[in-house]
Design a protein around this ligand. Structure first.
Ligand SMILES: Nc1ncnc2c1ncn2[C@@H]1O[C@H](COP(=O)(O)OP(=O)(O)O)[C@@H](O)[C@H]1O
Ligand SMILES: [Mg+2]
Length: 253
């Protein structure tokens, strides 16, 4: 049965999508069967694999509205062992369109349950909000992985995020846990990155992944070539770090 992990942080630009694309690809590279679900209307995970997001008929939006069975939404083998359920800007309307739907917090979960046993890992890239889309990701997932950018305001919003995870756990999904936090865009040339890591470690009770993702320009370039970093530049520090993170995740059972 696949492990379902939501990659969430309501702050934008902290490395959720970069982590979703590259961790999913690295786990797939290690021989696991992976599905990546793009729950962000920005569709950056989708375009990060070179998929023309605005030309799609069957996306997460159609899935959420019950207009398309899940199997039909999956784009298979966008990379070896890796399939994706894409998204685009249409998804932004889903929240309003679902207002009168019964048990709207479980729409994604009910769909994913059909195909869960076909994958070893399912990653969900969340939008930068604590919206109904993120709640749907958290009811579908068994754990939440939180990328934290190594910058001054790193901790801002973190307690709100953890509170949301706890609320979802209490009321909607009793098995939900925090997978842990991953530091992203670590810059070894400044003291700030290390200061942020130290202070988060001190303040946080959650698991902190040993692997830290460095700031690496190759990671920022890769999406414009439609490739994960292990394909775009396998020798880069970014590729190495996401392969290490995948190893670390695979060790956790
Ligand atoms: N480790 C990194 N090194 C350099 N640039 C990065 C790194 N991680 C993310 N970025 C860049 O930072 C921006 C925000 O990252 P993204 O993954 O889209 O964040 P989010 O999904 O949380 O909004 C993007 O332009 C991305 O390419
Ligand atoms: Mg994103």
């Amino acid at each position: 049965m696949g492990r379902v992990i939501a990659i969430a942080n309501q702050k934008g630009g902290v490395g959720k999508t970069t982590t979703a694309i590259n961790l999913a690809a690295a786990v797939a590279k290690k021989g696991k069967k992976v599905l990546l679900i793009d729950m962000d209307p920005q569709g950056n995970t989708t375009s990060g694999f070179g998929i023309e997001k605005n030309e799609l008929d069957d996306t997460v939006y159609e899935l959420m509205l019950g207009e398309c069975p899940i199997k039909q939404c999956i784009i298979p083998d966008v990379y070896e062992n890796l399939s994706i359920i894409p998204s685009n800007v249409n998804l932004a309307a889903a929240e309003i369109e679902l207002i009168d739907t019964d048990r709207k917090e479980f729409v994604l979960k009910n769909e994913v349950d059909w195909i869960k046993d076909q994958y070893d890992y399912i990653f969900i890239d969340c939008p930068p909000s604590l919206s109904m889309l993120t709640v749907n990701a958290m009811t579908t997932a068994e754990s939440v992985l939180v990328p934290i950018q190594c910058e001054f305001y790193a901790m801002e919003g973190l307690s709100q995020l953890i509170h949301t995870v706890n609320l979802v756990k209490e009321r909607l999904n009793p098995i939900l846990t925090m997978e842990g936090v991953v530091f992203t865009m670590y810059d070894s040339r400044t003291n700030l990155s290390q200061d942020v890591v130290d202070s988060v470690k001190e303040a946080l009770e959650e698991r902190i992944f040993e692997t830290t993702i460095p700031r690496n320009v190759r990671l920022a370039e890769a999406p414009s070539y439609g490739k994960p970093i292990i394909d775009y530049d396998p020798k880069s520090a970014g590729a190495e770090s996401y392969l290490k993170l995948a190893d670390e995740l695979l060790r956790i059972k």
